[in-house]
Each structure stands twice: as C-alpha cells, then as structure tokens.
Design a protein around this ligand. Structure first.
Ligand SMILES: [Cu+2]
Length: 130
C-alpha cells in the first residue's frame, strides 16, 4: 500500500517534469522562431543616434539611397528637449523615454535627406541619401 502510493507519486513527478520540459522546449523553439522572423524584417542598415541636452549625435548620417533603414535613438540626458522625436516628411512622432532605445524605420529617398527634429525644432538632424 505504501509502496504503491510512493510509486504513484513518483510517476506524477516524472510526468510533470516531462510535461514541463516539453513545454519549455516548445516555448524556447517558438521564441527562436519569432526572433528569426523579426531579424528577417529588420533592415540591413541600422544607425545609432544619441540624444542629449545639446542635440543629436551624430547630427548627420549617410544612408543608402532608396533603401529601408533603421534609426535607433537613445536619449541620454534628462535636460533639454529630446523627449520627443519628429520626422516632418514622414508624419512620424515618437516619445523618447530616458535611456530606452527607440527604433524608427524609414525608406530613404533617391536623393536629398530626411530631417528629424525635437518637438519644437530646436534640435535638428538629418539622414542623407548617398
Ligand atoms: Cu525642442
């Protein structure tokens, strides 16, 4: 009677462990698949821009004409006017939380540049099609 209860409990523990392992494996596989999908859609060109109380660093970025590019902004100063990011030609606005990278994707024109500013246009930067 005692042995029976024990082996029943053991079977339950083993069963639960296997179930958890399988579930963990599926979750791991799904996350990997999702990541691969995201990477597929990610533009080949990414540029990193820092925003502090003086403006954008770098202020000018060269990017390949006609291509989809990603700009990742990180605001590293709490002073100043970098809390909002604005791409007038793209009608695109983003909040830039402190120390949190925010990515924006745009398609570069065949020539010229795409301007980005803070909400009051005190800070200005530009991506230039090359
Ligand atoms: Cu401003």
């Amino acid at each position: 009677m005692k042995t029976g209860t024990y082996s029943k409990l053991l079977a339950q523990v083993v069963g639960l462990t296997i179930a958890l392992l399988v579930l963990g494996g599926i979750t791991f596989f799904r996350i990997r698949q999702k990541r691969a999908e995201l990477d597929q859609h990610k533009p080949a060109h990414e540029y990193f821009i820092q925003v502090d109380d003086h403006g954008y660093h770098p202020e000018w970025v060269d990017a390949p004409a006609g291509e989809r590019v990603r700009l990742t902004f990180t605001r590293t100063a709490d002073d100043g006017c970098g809390q909002q990011l604005f791409f007038p030609s793209e009608h695109l606005r983003r909040d830039l939380p402190f120390n949190e990278p925010v990515s924006v994707e745009i398609t570069m024109p065949s020539s010229g540049g795409v301007v980005f500013t803070c909400s009051m246009e005190m800070y200005k930067g530009q991506v230039i099609a090359k």
